[in-house]
Design a protein. Structure first.
Length: 252
């Protein structure tokens, strides 16, 4: 099991270093697309480089986008999106449903049986290079393992990645989403479970930028059972998300 360090409240630590910024304006969305381009196109080569320096696809118009800003520099250093069902075509598959069409185990769960307006896919999570330079992280957009927490002598906390996942759940609750799906590295899925971000594998592995497994997270269950030290981050992130929506005049 991964043990969280007991010294500093993760919530306090997160606020010291980072701020969650829902991408509600076109300027903020373009900042997320540019960050994705730097990670997915330039660093990892997973997508072709674009002349405008923005990595986008057909799912962005029907997605909730979120950024993380460094308190010290003011730079955006991470992003994630939640791909929603298309309002005009609720039956249109989410990205993972296409990638894992042959590997989903519908005896475990069939995404098609859920109200489509209550589901979404966690997608395009990206962390800028200088925050993922530890050995083994260079070829991933963002990961989590035992080394993310340091050692008993030098504990640390993966504020950025955990903060992005807390933002995902804050957005999901705000928009009434019940089930979140993701296509994830098996190692990351395992460590998310260990740290308290529960997810269930719902099919066999598929090849997508390496081996990935389809997984599902129940929003209500995860947020209700967060470990106390994760909850300190979630409550801060939830407040930042709600405040941003109100400031932008969005209904919450």
């Amino acid at each position: 099991m991964i043990n969280l360090p007991e010294s500093t409240s993760p919530g306090e630590g997160f606020s010291k270093y980072f701020e969650i910024v829902p991408a509600l304006s076109e300027t903020q969305k373009n900042a997320a697309f540019a960050l994705r381009h730097g990670v997915y196109c330039e660093d990892l080569g997973w997508e072709p480089t674009r002349g405008d320096g923005k990595e986008t696809d057909d799912y962005d118009a029907d997605s909730l986008h979120c950024l993380v800003r460094s308190v010290s520099s003011g730079d955006f250093v991470g992003c994630v999106r939640l791909v929603l069902a298309r309002p005009a075509d609720l039956g249109h598959p989410l990205p993972f449903e296409e990638t894992c069409a042959q590997t989903l185990d519908r005896s475990i769960v069939d995404p098609a049986t859920f109200p489509r307006e209550r589901i979404a896919e966690v997608s395009r999570l990206a962390i800028v290079g200088r925050y993922r330079r530890r050995r083994g992280e260079e070829r991933t957009a963002g990961t989590l393992d035992e080394s993310s927490f340091g050692s008993p002598e030098q504990p640390r906390f993966p504020y950025l990645l955990v903060g992005l996942y807390m933002a995902v759940f804050a957005l999901a609750e705000l928009h009434g989403l019940q089930k979140l799906f993701l296509l994830v590295e098996p190692r990351l899925a395992r460590h998310l479970n260990q740290v308290g971000i529960g997810n269930q594998q719902i099919g066999d592995p598929a090849q997508h930028r390496g081996v990935r497994i389809p997984a599902m997270m129940d929003v209500g269950s995860v947020t209700a059972h967060l470990k106390p030290r994760l909850r300190t981050i979630f409550e801060i992130v939830q407040k930042e998300v709600t405040t941003a929506y109100r400031a932008a005049g969005c209904a919450v």
